[in-house]
Design a protein around this ligand. Sequence first.
Ligand SMILES: Nc1ncnc2c1ncn2[C@@H]1O[C@H](COP(=O)(O)OP(=O)(O)OP(=O)(O)O)[C@@H](O)[C@H]1O
Ligand SMILES: [Mg+2]
Length: 346
Amino acid sequence: MHEVRPETCSMWNQWLMGRIVAVTNLKGGIGKTTTVVNLSAGMALKGARVLLVDVDAQGNLAMALGVKPRRTLYEVLVDGARVADCLTPARANLDLLAADESLLAAQPTIARRADWPRVLEQALRPARNSYDFIFIDCGGSLTVLNLNALYAASDVVIPTTVEPFSLRGLELQVAQIARVKGGTGGLRAIVPTLFDPRTRQSVELLDQLRARYGALVSAPIRVNVRLSESSAQGRSIYEYDPRSRGAIDYALLVEHLSVLWSFNGASAPAPVFPPREASAPVQPAAPAVAPPPPPAPVVAGSGSVLSATCPNCGRTLLRATVAGYKVSYCDHCRYRRQELASGPRR
Ligand SMILES: Nc1ncnc2c1ncn2[C@@H]1O[C@H](COP(=O)(O)OP(=O)(O)OP(=O)(O)O)[C@@H](O)[C@H]1O
Ligand SMILES: [Mg+2]
């Protein structure tokens, strides 16, 4: 590999082109793909045009979305095919540039190129005008393509479990981003995943995380078996069980990042929910159970401000209607109050 000087990402065209968001953590199995799927599906439901790029040879994004891609990222990076010719439409507003095990063979080829860190960025450039957001699902190890994702990214989101080893890994990941991109490296959010509020260790470590990284830490995504079931069924959590804790937590993350990124779904030309084109997923994997009815609106309201204040930290509470719940939440601490509108909580 050739050495590349650290460089700050150019933000000059942020308002003209879609954001490229790398979702990364060097640790495996901590909810990166689950976060990418449900964050991007939520943004697409809000009316954003979203492209998902899988740079992990496991190819989990296609499975999690229940699509069977005919062409993949390998052809773009190695054969020079156009991104537009290798897309798999996954949902309304949501396209996938998929990966499979061929990507393993692509990495040594890319690493021999003089411009190896910028191969993905160059490949995505022509597609960037066509999307509001391009989310890159990184693999759980230090690969050429994970580094390419960081170089291409305007924004970085780090999911992390709330465990002692994960927090150490997070330090290393943040340092790596700073090395590659300089400064804060576009790090926009740290998303605690697989959070179990019943264990004291999780709660204490979440507090430590907030003390260390402050407002970068989003509200946590709680452990919810419906999330792993939804991936196995090739559905987003909003399609599979929009009333589950997982749907609520990811919908709140969508709201949080929409505010951060100034993406106002309500101002998009089409209604926020349901999606503006009610197209079915392309070649969905055969579900083991009958498909549920079309998803109910997942989020209404965009973190509107409540007059109530947080009982923990005294800040003004935000409010969203999520999957039939009225949720009042604090953007600063982990306080959250849910009022069940109807139906049981799973
Ligand atoms: N909040 C959650 N509650 C319950 N299960 C979850 C949650 N988040 C993720 N999972 C499950 O944990 C497993 C790992 O998640 P995922 O595949 O998203 O991690 P990853 O970081 O992308 O892994 P890899 O590094 O292998 O790509 C999956 O089975 C997923 O369904
Ligand atoms: Mg993954």
